[in-house]
Design a protein around this ligand. Structure first.
Ligand SMILES: [Fe+2]
Ligand SMILES: [Fe+2]
Length: 397
């Protein structure tokens, strides 16, 4: 990250924050070494970070083109995918009847917190911002953070729904297509339950975060199915699984816990499918140069995902004009709850990247530099079912 302090401290607050945002974009892209990765991501970066297309209040049209792969011989080509398909059919659930929607949710009730008070270090906030929040304001702030997080889950689920549909068309494994059909249904249900929870219980949806928009735009508009797959099934799904797990562990709100528990079991299958399909495809179908491009792309997306959790939308609502954007960034990256999120997310993601062959020795020093190598030895998704993952989370609670 470029140190913007010296450059911007003389500007008026509004202009200073705008310059800070542009410098942050420059900094994000300045270290991208592979020109193919830059060429693939830059247009999405411009649409998401500069034009902020996801925040215009109108539907977004993203042009998509990929080859639809038909096979008129209907082969049984991947027994492990077929087994996942069978499990997915048996694991379908109806959000209307499975979840206790009658639960009354008061997001400001400290007895049943959406997020624990320790999620934010309010003392550190007072020191950094010179602002002390009352007990009631602290509760409201935690409500904002919870609603923001769940809103990003909802937007990610919309991306997952469309990406799952595209990949179902494009993938070459026939067992994968059947499996993909169940994932489309799963993602539809996730959009439904997250939206219903936000709408009926929290009464608010935050706009999509710009970094999340860039990743979704980049994989929806890429015509190569394995890039979509890598972006959605490994990066976004892997990170979502970690984030859902982390929130499941932290929240005391019973309806949300139940909702997350059901979604986590579906998501674990989705990531498992991603690992199976890509491990095979990357090892057998791609040249070394193509593999390297995916390896670099995954690293850049991992960095974007890390930055996604800085909740600028919450900053704009609470502190814009009072505290500089840069001060918020420093504070938000140290928030205890966010650190926990990041830790659980990357402990899920990194082993999957290793398993599909996208963590060769050439990239390891980059992961090391951003502190992600400690997750290298973890269990990949094909060895960890949703039930096991939930058990682990419960045991660690
Ligand atoms: Fe999902
Ligand atoms: Fe998913």
């Amino acid at each position: 990250m470029i140190d913007t302090t010296k450059l911007t401290h003389l500007l008026p607050p509004k202009m200073r924050d705008r310059v800070d945002a542009y410098l942050e974009i420059l900094s994000l892209f300045s270290h991208v070494r592979d020109p193919r990765v830059m060429a693939a991501m830059a247009p999405s970066g411009v649409r998401g970070l500069i034009f902020r297309r996801g925040k215009q209040g109108v539907p977004t049209k993203m042009p998509a083109s990929h080859a639809v792969h038909f096979d008129w011989t209907y082969p049984s080509d991947m027994p492990e995918m077929h087994a996942l398909y069978v499990r997915a059919k048996q694991g379908q659930w109806d959000g209307d009847t499975y979840l206790p929607w009658h639960t009354s949710v008061d997001p400001l009730n400290p007895e049943v917190p959406l997020l624990p008070a320790e999620f934010i270090d309010f003392e550190a906030m007072r020191t950094a911002f010179g602002i002390r929040l009352s007990a009631r304001e602290q509760q409201k702030f935690l409500y904002s953070m919870a609603t923001w997080t769940l809103s990003q889950f909802l937007h990610g689920e919309q991306g997952a729904l469309f990406a799952a549909a595209q990949v179902t068309e494009a993938v070459q494994f026939f067992d994968g297509k059947l499996y993909g059909a169940t994932q489309v249904m799963d993602e539809g249900r996730h959009v439904e339950v997250f939206h219903r929870y936000l709408d009926e219980k929290l009464h608010r949806v935050y706009q999509i975060n710009d970094n999340l928009f860039v990743i979704i735009d980049s994989l929806m508009t890429d015509s190569r199915w394995d890039m979509k797959f890598l972006g959605m099934q490994i990066m976004i799904e892997g990170l979502a699984l970690g984030a859902f797990g982390s929130l499941y562990k932290m929240t005391k709100e019973p309806l949300l816990r139940e909702l997350l528990k059901m979604v986590i079991q579906d998501e674990a299958r989705h990531v498992h499918y991603g690992v199976l399909a890509l491990r095979e495809h990357i090892a057998k179908e791609l040249s070394e140069s193509e593999r390297r491009e995916r390896e670099d792309w995954a690293f850049e997306v991992a960095l974007l995902m890390r930055n996604r959790f800085l909740a600028y939308e919450v900053y704009e609502e609470w502190f814009e004009g009072l505290v500089s954007r840069e001060t918020w960034r420093r504070f938000a990256s140290e928030v205890p709850g966010m650190q926990h999120f990041r830790q659980v997310m990357f402990s899920r993601l990194v082993p999957n990247l290793r398993e599909i062959g996208l963590m060769s020795p050439r990239i390891l020093s980059h992961y090391d530099k951003v502190g992600l190598m400690k997750y290298f030895g973890g269990q990949a998704a094909d060895r960890l079912s949703g039930e096991q993952y939930l058990r682990e989370l419960d045991l660690a609670a």
